[in-house]
Design a protein around this ligand. Structure first.
Ligand code: AMP
Length: 486
């Protein structure tokens, strides 16, 4: 029987091989909870080739890039600034997965948006789950809020998150397929004072990074109640100009007319310029909310521009929407944006929870910092180099390095090198002030030689006095190379 089975298997394998030579064999993949079978066209041969024969391209995937050590000064500055801001404004950090079930994003961001229709990285896992790399944070935050029963926590709940997001867009300057965002959300309150505070927080971060020439563009797109009437007006306006719209917008006219206002095509932008504006069709509640927001911003002295055409490319927004633009020589880049999403949590099955949030595009902030030649903080650099010679000295130096580190003294070393001359050459290259040298004799005596790198003068000191002595010399030289206490 076993033999028979084996024979059938062998036959089958043979058959697949011959078929796949002529025509790619289609692998059938059943989607979970779906009666439909979707077919992915990958031949068995192709699959094998991908694994074994494809040359490895020594480059990151298109639209994604490495952040090399040389770039980290910018990133450190941003991290420092964000960490400071989120704590100062009472936010707590939350980390959510990079991957979520795809329908979370579809339901939140909405069909008819570029993100859902064109840009999501979706795939089916081995367990047949439809998942997507996150194209933004808000949907995950809302999901986590519901999943972990955060509704019982004292309001408002302020959450900060940061990480990579993925959009399958056409890469160009400042537009990547993987980019990093910092995300601030306030859940549980609908008072416009929170909208104002959040915009002020964005403004503080941008100012803190010394980025100039930015504009805060603000609008209100109303709530579902007033939007109904507005959408009717908008639809009949676009209907009358249907012939002037691009192919996609003709489709949007049926499914999601508000999204026509996001379209980047020139002809659609021209049509949109004459479209009715949401701000003229707000209900009393939305109008009052917007009025108070503007008053609070005036009070906070945060300059803004009311932009009645700003709608943001996601469906979950209600009332306030805003974007931060850098404006230079007629060009504008969006550095961040956000708005209220008072209905989202209920739409996803949670209890009615008003909320507002915004995201900053960190790669874009860095682009701006570079363009405007922002001065970076200097990182503290080691001023001491620890050199060793011989097996025993190497062993003892390891411990000495750790003692110096514990004592708050930044020290450079190159333990992997045996020659004293090459170690001192490295010390010279690093521009340190002092080299600590431990040879066989010093290792046995419990001493260390301190060599002044500019004068060449040397003195031998007992190990137990070393940390205090170095601190004293550094202080005397007025060099800030002592790490601040944690
Ligand atoms: P959004 O969620 O589209 O409002 O994006 C928030 C911010 O992320 C934008 O204002 C940009 O600064 C940044 N951003 C959005 N898409 C990209 C992208 N493809 N590449 C780089 N940064 C982006």
């Amino acid at each position: 029987m076993a033999k028979g089975k084996a024979k059938t298997k062998a036959k089958k394998t043979k058959k697949v091989k011959t078929v796949s030579k002529r025509k790619p064999k289609k692998i059938k993949v059943a989607k979970k909870n779906s009666k439909k079978i979707s077919v992915i066209s990958v031949s068995a041969n192709e699959k094998k080739k991908i694994q074994t024969e494809d040359p490895i391209l020594m480059q990151s995937p298109r639209g994604m890039h490495d952040i090399l050590p040389g770039e980290q000064l910018y990133w450190n500055q941003i991290r420092k600034s964000l960490n400071h801001a989120f704590l100062e404004y009472g936010f707590q950090r939350i980390d959510v997965p990079i991957l979520e079930y795809s329908n979370l994003f579809v339901r939140s961001i909405g069909k008819g948006t570029d993100i859902i229709d064109k840009e999501m990285y979706t795939f089916v896992t081995k367990g047949r789950d439809n998942v997507a790399l996150r194209p933004e944070f808000t949907a995950s935050i809302a999901r986590a809020y519901i999943q972990h029963g955060m509704n019982i926590l004292p309001k408002p709940i302020k959450l900060f998150s940061t990480g990579t997001v993925y959009r399958y867009d056409r890469p160009q300057e400042g537009r990547y397929r993987e980019h990093r965002q910092a995300n601030f959300d306030i859940l549980g309150e609908q008072d416009p004072v929170l909208d104002a505070q959040l915009i002020q927080l964005a403004s503080r971060i941008i100012d803190g990074l010394k980025i100039k020439n930015v504009q805060f563009q603000i609008n209100s797109i109303g709530c579902p109640k007033c939007r109904e009437e507005y959408l009717e007006l908008l639809t009949s306006y676009f209907e009358s100009k249907r012939h002037k719209l691009c192919h996609n917008c003709k489709k949007r006219l049926e499914s999601n007319p508000l999204r026509i206002l996001d379209c980047k095509e020139d002809k659609c932008a021209q049509v949109s310029a004459g479209a009715p504006q949401s701000i003229d069709h707000l209900c009393d509640e939305c109008r009052t909310h917007f009025k108070y927001l503007l008053e609070y911003l005036d009070e906070l002295e945060v300059p803004y521009i009311i932009n009645p055409r700003l709608v943001r490319g996601l469906n979950y927004y209600t009332k306030t929407v805003f974007e931060i633009w850098s404006v230079e020589e007629g060009k504008k880049h969006s550095l961040g944006g956000g708005g209220r999403y008072d209905e989202l949590i209920e739409t996803l099955g949670g209890e009615s929870t008003p909320a507002i949030g915004f995201a900053l595009g960190l790669d874009r902030l860095i682009m701006e910092m570079k363009r405007t030649k922002v001065k970076l903080y200097k990182e503290s650099k080691p001023r001491i180099f620890l050199a060793q010679l011989g097996e025993l000295a190497k062993k003892k130096s390891l411990k000495l390095f750790s003692d110096l580190e514990k004592g708050g003294i930044l020290t450079a070393e190159s333990f992997g090198r045996g020659s004293l001359r090459s170690q001192l050459r490295t010390a010279n290259r690093l521009g340190v002030e002092m080299a600590l040298i431990m040879g066989q004799k010093e290792a046995l005596d419990g001493t260390v030689i301190i060599k002044n790198m500019s004068s060449g003068a040397q003195e031998t000191v007992p190990r137990e006095k070393l940390t205090a002595l170095i601190k004293k010399i550094l202080k005397k030289n007025n060099v800030v190379s002592v790490r601040p206490k944690k």
